[in-house]
Design a protein around this ligand. Sequence first.
Ligand code: NDP
Length: 389
Amino acid sequence: MAKVVLVLYPDPVNGFPEFPKDYARDSLPELPDYPNGQTLPNPKGIDFTPGALLGSVTGELGLRKYLEDNGHELVVTSDKDGENSVFERELVDADVIISQPFWPAYLTPERLAKSKNLKIAVTAGIGSDHVDLDTANELGITVAEVTYSNSLSVAEHTVMQVLVLVRDFVPQHQIAVDGGWNIADAVERSYDLEGMDVGVFAAGRIGRAVMERLAPFGVHLHYTDRFRLPAEYEEKYNLVFHENIEDLVKNIDVLTVHAPLTDETSGLLDEQLLSTMRRGSYIVNPARGAIADRDAIVRALESGQLAGYAGDVWAPQPAPVDHPWRTMPHNAMTTHTSGTSLSAQAKYAAGTREILECFFEGREIRPEYLIVQGGNYAGTGAHSYAEKK
Ligand code: NDP
């Protein structure tokens, strides 16, 4: 019997919804495989209704029946930070810890050292930077995540936030809500995206999906990544490749950020880099909050160097109520929601179940889901994290 500790965000303040009565829609569309041919999560079974809220405490990622039928113990909590938290208390004898990047259960070296029974840490989503991966390696703990599960969800959110910033949607909507009709006020910062130079930092699954979705807007697409994309792909979308982010940001009006958080990318969007951008540039960062220098972003918005900043990732999470990104000018921030739409939850809950089935049955976890295994970076982790720490 294993003890599984599942850290999820809190339930809705007005109570947990009943499916389908309390939901906006009754079902989710059937989807094909991912664009690169990777199959959708493929567990032997699921015990949830796709489209139901799974990511908060009562939703339990739909895992309770499966785990208890197999004789395991499941502890679910949203109380994750501080020495007196439920998570801190429960992790000491946990065999499996699962959390989501939206509400990350930070697994620091100290916490990992205390988790004497821990065998696997699963990220229900993408991005395992909340786990100290070097320590997980030292201790032989497996780390796995549900690669691709919510990449397209994030790409959609990114496109939305690019448009929200450039069109200046937020104040226009507020005028409508407030009963006003001040057209001149509403449009004084509103532009068309058409014809702008849009630059993507890191053309992985999300970055490429953003470019593919933005291409029909008649923008000029630029990107940088550690490796150049195939020539046919560049030609198809008329992409301009830049050797590095320094060169990229000088040549664009809108920057979108899609790299993992590593030592190399931490704090990359700093005062110096921002100062080289065109005046009035926009940034959308749904990758990780710590890739940007918090206060440099605020200053650039205040000075007009940036015309807008959006994204849904903060450092730390949840962000404190006085985090300056909540109130800085011309922001269209959301809380970390882009990858946890009800559609995305169905995918990463199924992927988490698939990983657990493999783990408990002694079967191989798909390499694309692996970050760390047997003391080494493995699968996706070997590619994404190993040399960039
Ligand atoms: P991928 O692994 O598919 O793409 C990441 C890309 O970043 C790769 O092309 C990689 O290049 C590139 N890269 C890494 N480091 C650098 C660097 N220093 N300079 C330039 N390029 C770099 O991941 P996804 O697209 O699926 O996700 C990207 C990130 O988005 C995740 O790591 C996560 O942090 C975040 N995310 C956020 C979500 C949200 O809800 N807001 C949900 C899902 C993900 P290479 O292949 O050469 O290593």
